[in-house]
Write a protein that binds this ligand. Sequence first.
Ligand code: B12
Length: 219
Amino acid sequence: MVKEKIAEALINGDVEKGKELAKQALDEGVSAKEVLDEGVLSGMEVIGERFKNFEVYIPEVLQSAAVMNEVMEVLKPALAEIEEGESSTKGTVVLGTVEGDMHDIGKNLVALMLEGAGFKVVDIGIDQPASKFVEAVEKEKPQVVGMSALLTTTAPKILEVEEALKKANLRDKVKTMAGGAVIDQDFVDKNGVDAYGPSATAAIEITQKLVSEVKNNAS
Ligand code: B12
């Protein structure tokens, strides 16, 4: 029940209620992942649908995002415990939202989960042109580059990042992954991206796999 109430608080934009319920859920033994998937994300889904149908507008969406951020603060310590066993391969991920795109809620969630799982995340932020991804790869030498795109108009920017990495002779040194509302398996297959990440929890498993592929190639 408490998970549904968290979704409700998120939909209603009630920060205090959201925080209080998240604490209550953890106290009651509900896992942070369940709160995330069945509370936070299902609430965001409802808001997403309403935004699409013009039933709510930008201020309401931002208020729900504020609830989500506060609830995530409560969940953070518990999510960090999702960390996989000792044998998991840790590495570095450069993560950003592509040029022209301001959406960062999903990207931030991916960053949070990856950090929780023990990866170093270099978050380059929103609205980042291909050149900034290249710069970050040169500087940070990550195994994985993660790109987030939520608009039909910005999805092609992922291809620009792929091309820029090739031009800088960096593409064979990293694996790439992409996610966001308009990205799917078909898109990544057609655009030479190594993996599609449907969610922040999936991103952990994918990153683990990609990091070990890069490390195996190097050895
Ligand atoms: C919140 C939101 C906004 C907020 C963004 C606030 C912020 N700080 O991010 C605001 C109000 C600012 C906004 C603005 C706009 N938005 Co908007 N927005 C949304 C909304 C409702 C939710 C997105 C969200 O945060 N979801 C919750 C998170 C947790 O989910 P997520 O982003 O999908 O991320 C998860 C996965 O996709 C994945 N993932 C995401 N990125 C990555 C990256 C990697 C590497 C991996 C592995 C995984 C991964 O993991 C995440 C966590 O599980 C969506 C609706 C939707 N269905 O997505 C529309 C939506 C994306 N927006 C849309 C539009 C049109 C706009 C505007 C153009 C509206 C306008 N007319 O001004 C502007 C564009 C601004 C810009 N230039 O970017 C459309 C896009 C349609 C399209 N096909 O292009 C959508 C789909 C709504 C719709 N159906 O009409 N928006």
